[in-house]
Design a protein around this ligand. Sequence first.
Ligand SMILES: CC(C)(COP(=O)(O)OP(=O)(O)OC[C@H]1O[C@@H](n2cnc3c(N)ncnc32)[C@H](O)[C@@H]1OP(=O)(O)O)[C@@H](O)C(=O)NCCC(=O)NCCS
Length: 337
Amino acid sequence: MRIERLDPSDDTSLRGCAAVYGAALDIDDPDGSRMPARVLGAWLREGFTGDPAEGWLARGNGPGGVIGWYRLELPDQENQDRAGLLIVVHPGCRRGGIGRALLRHAAGRSAAAGRTVLSGEVRDGSAGDAFAAAAGAAPGIAATLRRLDLRALPAGKLASLRAEAAAAATGYSLVRWAGPTPAHYQAPLAQVLQAYADAPHDAGVAAETWDADRIRERCDAPLQAMGLRVYTVGAVHDASGELAAMTMVTVAPDSPRWAHQGLTAVTRPHRGHRLGLLVKIAMLDWLATAEPAIELVETGNASANSHMIGVNDALGFVPSAPHFHTCELPVADAVRE
Ligand SMILES: CC(C)(COP(=O)(O)OP(=O)(O)OC[C@H]1O[C@@H](n2cnc3c(N)ncnc32)[C@H](O)[C@@H]1OP(=O)(O)O)[C@@H](O)C(=O)NCCC(=O)NCCS
């Protein structure tokens, strides 16, 4: 087995990575969505928030010559002590030390980039969970994927929730845009994204600091590079003109049954007015006409994020087992693995 850097313009290897990932998810999340090759390709180069990343392949007799791969994200704004890692090995090639070899390699890359902590996510009870435990990784916060099946939404449910949210949100108006953030909303959106700092996160993880430039370069540009259709709904406080809340959803053109929930945030002074519910309902209303092929909306929530989970429960999102959790491993320990 050879470990080789992924050339993101090499379509055969990229399709191999997508096939290996698909085979792994067929075990860990058989009903879940699959990342289309173009999205995967862009994600292997940079994160959804533009952090640089690199892909490395385990070469062998697998699809496109790929039997496994890893993606290493090396944040270059906050969290420069950390590296995010996902290792995937084809189910037909497991328990032969490939995962461990990729981990050691990724740790070497991380150490060379000055990182001291590797972090990742594994599904509870999965092979990844056992692998992380065997490597000595410590478990972090728990999270759950939730799905909303739009085909099963009872008639009238959204209308009654819309009325409830609107009654609590007098003095706020809805705004929306498709695609990149319009120039006049870049700075206001950056302010709202700051609210994400209040969402549960692992102790050593620093919140991101947003401004208008970062919205353009680190939010809009990566999503466009992935070829995603992006929908954003906001709530503006009429009296002050402030953007008080936002929610964002992406749809991959080659996977139009699925909508992926991005961030939803309400700024502190405007919490308690059901704005989270209001913007998410407005989003579902919009998607019904803009993306009529969508059947399922997927979202991930930290288990401690009771407010967001409350909104999602009200809308009819259902947890999709298995749950997952973050994990962390000192780079120095992984180098020795
Ligand atoms: C996690 C994953 C990458 C492991 O790949 P792998 O090539 O099988 O890993 P290794 O053979 O190097 O396993 C190393 C050790 O991890 C542990 N381990 C791995 N899979 C295990 C399983 N299914 N059950 C119990 N222990 C397991 C064992 O201790 C193993 O050593 P051993 O085989 O000598 O007992 C693979 O299962 C996978 O792709 N899972 C889906 C993606 C994922 O969850 N990734 C998270 C890791 S960042």
